[in-house]
Design a protein around this ligand. Structure first.
Ligand SMILES: Nc1ncnc2c1ncn2[C@@H]1O[C@H](COP(=O)(O)OP(=O)(O)OP(=O)(O)O)[C@@H](O)[C@H]1O
Length: 314
């Protein structure tokens, strides 16, 4: 189990965030309980749980070359829920994967607290992903032969760690918060999609990671289950002090977050504090119009103006 204070100490050594890092411009992000709320910290870099500096990612060569990320500077506040939004192909998943240490950048750095990821060897990176980062995927990624409880405790199993009384108390709190108490002995096939995703969230939170990264966590859920899962992600931020960064296509889903960062053509193209579905949709429409007007940019796909929301508004 990580020391929850470790990353707080580490952040005091973090160099200042570059001046190009965009900050939300509309309203001050809502304060949250738990470890230092991002909005109350005097130094924006010290309030960041994770940040990317000059991130570039290029796939392929020659004519087939794609600049998936084209110089991204972005910081995500500790104890904040941030949505990353943008058209299909804009670079959202690439950004999430680089920030989570799942893929390496062509250029630039990722700082998780005071740890710079590109300086780590494979073993250190694996250890970091296991202990300091949590993942929630669209497809749940639960082990079918394991019960919900076994799936939630899997990170400890993988780390060869024991279930100490502290861990058991945290597990109990997660299970209660996520409403899984009476589902612990069920296997994934005996759970609804929403319940499976809640198990995946509990598993992601078990090690009290610095950041939980969620890639379209409601993509496979009906609107009601999707709304529940978003509510639980928000609760994990508000009540458990977690930092969550979520990729979504959906303006309604983004409205559960404290902040929405918009990506277009591999660059940060907007930043909205306390997003509402209307403001986010207007931003997406603006980007889509700009993209269509610019022959050099990739046409936006997948985020059509007025597209049907996948989840209910909060
Ligand atoms: N492994 C890869 N090889 C080549 N090109 C890739 C690879 N992964 C992503 N790309 C390209 O990089 C660009 C950004 O992709 P990315 O998946 O990050 O976008 P996205 O915004 O997450 O899209 P979506 O919403 O459709 O998932 C796209 O043009 C995509 O085709």
């Amino acid at each position: 189990m990580d020391d929850p204070d470790r990353s707080v100490e580490g952040m005091s050594q973090t160099p200042p965030v570059p001046s190009t890092v965009p900050t939300p411009t509309t309203r001050t992000p809502a304060g949250v309980p738990g470890p230092p709320p991002a909005s109350s910290h005097p130094d924006p870099a010290a309030a960041a749980a994770v940040r990317g500096v000059g991130l570039r990612k290029t796939y392929g060569r020659g004519d087939a070359q794609v600049h998936a990320l084209d110089g991204v500077d972005v910081a995500f506040g500790r104890g904040q829920f941030t949505a990353i939004m943008g058209a299909s192909g804009s670079g959202k998943s690439t950004l999430l994967h680089l920030l989570a240490g799942l893929d390496s950048a062509t250029a630039g750095q990722v700082h998780l607290g005071d740890t710079e990821l590109t300086s780590l060897d494979d073993n250190a990176l694996t250890e970091l992903r296991r202990k300091r980062v949590g993942f929630v995927f669209q497809s749940f990624n639960l082990l079918p032969m394991f019960t919900a409880e076994q799936n939630i405790l899997l990170p400890l199993e993988l780390a060869g760690s024991k279930v100490t009384p502290d861990v058991r108390a945290w597990f109990d709190r997660l299970v209660t918060t996520l409403g899984l108490r009476d589902r612990l002995t069920h296997r994934p096939s005996e759970l609804s999609g929403g319940q499976q995703q809640r198990v995946a969230i509990a598993r992601a939170l078990l090690t009290r990671p610095d950041v939980v990264f969620a890639d379209e966590p409601t993509g496979n859920l009906d609107s009601r289950s999707g709304a529940e899962v978003l509510e639980f992600l928000r609760t994990s931020v508000r009540e458990l002090g977690q930092t969550v960064v979520m990729v979504t296509h959906d303006a309604q889903a983004a409205a559960y977050a404290d902040r929405a960062v918009l990506v277009a053509d591999g660059r940060i193209a907007g930043d909205v504090a306390d997003p509402t579905p209307e403001v986010v949709q207007a931003e997406l429409d603006r980007l889509r119009t700009a993209s269509l007007a610019s022959p050099a940019s990739t046409p936006a796909r997948g985020v059509a103006a007025g597209s049907t929301p996948a989840v209910e508004a909060r």
